[in-house]
Design a protein around this ligand. Sequence first.
Ligand code: UD1
Length: 425
Amino acid sequence: MEKLVIKGGNRLKGEVKVSGAKNAALKLMAASILSNDEVVLKNIPKIKDVFLMVKVLEELGMGVNLDDSGKATIVPANPLKHEASYELVNQMRASIIVLGPLLAKVGRARVALPGGCKIGLRKIDFHLRGLEKLGAKINVEHGFIEAEADVLKGADVSFDFPSVGATENVLMAAVKAKGTTVIENAAREPEITDLVCFLKQMGAKIEGTGTSTLIIDGVDKLGASKEYSVVSDRIEAGTFMVAVALAGGEILIKNAPLDFMGIVLEKLTGAGIKIDETADGLHVSRDEEIKPLDVVTLPYPGFPTDMQAQIITLLSLAGGTSIVTENVFENRFMLIDELNRMGANIRVQGPHAIIKGVEKFFGASVRATDLRGGAALVLAGLAAKGITEVIDISHIDRGYSNLDTKFRALGANIFRTGERDSLKD
Ligand code: UD1
């Protein structure tokens, strides 16, 4: 099993380019199911989840060519199959996102039920209820969701909670439904806005872009005539900001989607990180002590749950006590036991993590428990005294494109086992 080995203490220096957003790329790839024409997507990140989505589309009969520059050329299937297998869905929950597009394009879908997930229950009831409102008949049997609709009809769909995936599934079904669909309490994440813009480029009629009410007038046919470039990854940008704050030094971050990072920038500057916007990109450094903060995760435009692990890691070295409250997932504090093994002093009380700042982390062997938690352990390793080994790094590779290579280019002493036998002195 591969692991990342990090010798902490090197200050970071140089520039890093943020990749396309995982959570937008996967959805745009799924949306290409709806197109009657070839689709060209640029800025697709080279990550494990994208490679799995390529397999999901290929299993449906589509042709996908992903080149080294991150350009994906996606060719429609003829005929389009309608099944996403357990083998693939089990490896990537986000495969559930093909349900809406398949129903809209072929009138039926058979998608394996996603299995358990460590960070929380991650139910799909909102997805299914929303699609049923549009007229789909859905049965969940033998580990599969079987959905059918001769005709999807526009309807009013209101979510109890602004779920990202449910908003996207219903949106992608509604773009080809007969009549008007109104989605209330829609999630507003920038990656959904990216999906809306891409669907509109393919001919969809959608109003309310970026708001919690989406109004969709169904059209008969969608097709792509132009290329579309995926929005860059706000979570990756935030991860690099926290990294330099922990490790020290100064880096230039290129392609950060600043317009979508409001509260993240506010909290990070509140913690003492210096972020200067220039024509070249963002200069990020830290001159002062890390200040304690209170942070509450919420759906966008609130503080993203996908940055929670990184900010907990940062606040572990603050000069005081911080409280981070997780409101989106029930069980997203798994990295805390690992951070405590590295010397942090964090206590969990219900949805709150109470973080008493300590002076430093100490290198240790730790396990990546999930994608963002795994990345956060790498950040702790960069700042730690001694050597940190992060195991189970397949979680990190799901969502970060070459994280270790990017850190190494910034001067970090980090290697994948197998790449080199020993670290630089
Ligand atoms: C997406 C992102 C993930 C991010 C999350 C929240 C992708 C591939 N993943 O996940 O990185 O952390 O948004 O910003 O885009 N819920 C229900 N019933 C449902 C659907 C959701 O109860 O039918 C609950 C979930 O259990 C969870 C909350 O709603 O507690 C938010 O989930 P949701 O916004 O749907 O997250 P995902 O789309 O799975």
